[in-house]
Design a protein around this ligand. Structure first.
Ligand SMILES: Nc1ncnc2c1ncn2[C@@H]1O[C@H](COP(=O)(O)OP(=O)(O)OP(=O)(O)O)[C@@H](O)[C@H]1O
Ligand SMILES: [Mg+2]
Length: 417
């Protein structure tokens, strides 16, 4: 998939996700508003129902002392048992919150009676008011009722749904992030794979064409006269064939690593000796660059139980990298020291270095630093992948410290077993 398409899909999905969140927030708000309205309706039903009942009762049994004095109002309300009637109707309307109320004179808003928790300065919009005029035209007063815990209980009634939708949203966001990351990761992997195939094809094409040309020349030679030339061409064919074999072995080895299908034939060996032999073997064919190689063998205990073949390959890969990713005259230092029940081998170079943002990927399969001189240098991007897997198979670990333009240091720790 092309980059632009992926970015478009990511942007569209991100916008839709934000849209979904906003819509969800809108509906949650609407649900709270509706619950509030429903509550208000029930509270008014209870209040109006109570006053209606009192009116009916007062028509059947008129109250003799009814007048507009504060005492008269209170006595009248008390006579018709406002409190107990209201309580019954509140419960009937399925309101389970406690309530507070006050009787207030309309003329000067003075409170003539209030329950202990009623406060006159509370939020006016949360008060339910009913004029007592209908009860007796002389009564210029009103009832005000508040339910202090109403807002909390409204939220509590839809709390489960709120939590559920928050959980679903979090799951969707996490899945979205995961999918985006894996799309980009797979895209990168497929690019690295195609780079690898290109490199491999190139690496195999060169020996194949050399072999084709050399064998053709060999066929044209007169076998009786050109003994020396035959020898030379045969050696070239042999060498090129070996190169191809090594390439193919590398691919096969990688397949084994993927399937964890490898065996370690461990034995007790002197690592200093093994390191030196591996590096001698590596540099047999390399004469183009002048390498200055220094050994600093400071480990006093240098024998360990390792697989000599794989251990040599670890060292060869690291030193080969130091050589490949250095400027014209590579300077490579090999250090060993004893740390924490094992031996630390450090391969240090003064080469091109690796930028911090690329360091975390260099042990990944097929990964090659995408810029700089690297593409002038041949490679398949599986060297360090192999090194990491093999070091860990020996119970050890590998770390890198590097600065672009200054050089790199690879520390391999192998425990004594
Ligand atoms: N010593 C080093 N200095 C600078 N860059 C390095 C060094 N070692 C590794 N790298 C970077 O890490 C990448 C991965 O290294 P790795 O050895 O896995 O692959 P490679 O050398 O490209 O190919 P090969 O499979 O042939 O070893 C390299 O392509 C290079 O960009
Ligand atoms: Mg390498």
């Amino acid at each position: 998939m092309r980059n632009r398409v992926i970015i478009l899909i990511v942007v569209l999905s991100a916008v839709s996700l934000v849209g979904l969140m906003v819509t969800q927030a809108f509906w949650v708000n609407k649900a709270i508003e509706l619950s509030q309205k429903h509550f208000e309706q029930r509270a008014y039903n209870a209040l109006c129902g109570t006053v209606d009942r009192i009116i009916k009762q007062s028509k059947m049994q008129p109250f003799p002392l009814a007048d507009s004095s504060a005492k008269g109002i209170l006595m009248q309300l008390d006579h018709y048992r406002f409190d107990s009637t209201f309580k019954k109707l509140v419960e009937f309307n399925k309101i389970h919150d406690p309530y507070e109320y006050a009787v207030i004179l309309n003329d000067n808003d003075s409170i003539i009676y209030r329950t202990a928790g009623f406060t006159s300065y509370g939020d006016e919009s949360k008060k339910f008011k009913k004029c007592l005029y209908d009860l007796n035209p002389k009564l210029s007063a009103r009832l005000e009722v508040v339910f202090p815990t109403a807002s909390r209980s409204i939220i509590c009634s839809i709390w489960n749904w709120l939590i559920l939708s928050a959980v679903f949203l979090v799951i969707i966001v996490l899945s979205f992030v995961y999918i985006i990351f894996s799309v980009f990761w797979h895209k990168k992997l497929s690019e690295m794979k195609s780079d690898f195939i290109n490199n491999m094809t190139h690496e195999l094409k060169t020996p194949i064409s050399t072999i084709a040309i050399t064998s053709e020349m060999l066929m044209k030679l007169d076998a009786t006269k050109s003994g020396e030339k035959i020898q030379k061409y045969a050696r070239i064919i042999h060498e090129e064939n070996r190169r191809m074999q090594l390439q193919i072995e590398q691919v096969l080895r990688m397949a084994q690593l993927d399937k964890k299908d490898y065996e370690l034939n461990k034995e007790e060996v002197d690592l200093h000796e093994l390191i030196q032999n591996a590096i001698d073997n590596l540099f047999v064919d390399l004469q183009e660059k002048r390498v200055s190689l220094h050994y600093h063998f400071e480990a006093t205990r240098s024998t360990a139980i390792v697989d000599p073949l794989h251990f040599s390959n670890i060292i060869k890969n690291l030193v080969d990298n130091s050589y490949k990713y250095s400027y014209d005259d590579p300077v490579i230092d090999i250090y060993t020291s004893n740390v924490d029940g094992g031996i630390m081998i450090s391969v240090v170079d003064k080469g091109i270095g690796i930028a911090p943002e690329n360091q975390k990927y260099i042990f990944d399969k097929f990964y090659r630093v995408p810029t700089g001189n690297v593409h002038n240098v041949k490679g398949t991007g599986i060297g360090l992948y192999y090194v990491k897997i093999m070091t860990e198979a020996h119970g050890g670990n590998i770390t890198v410290k590097s600065e672009p333009g200054k050089g790199s240091r690879f520390d391999v720790f192998i425990p004594f077993q």
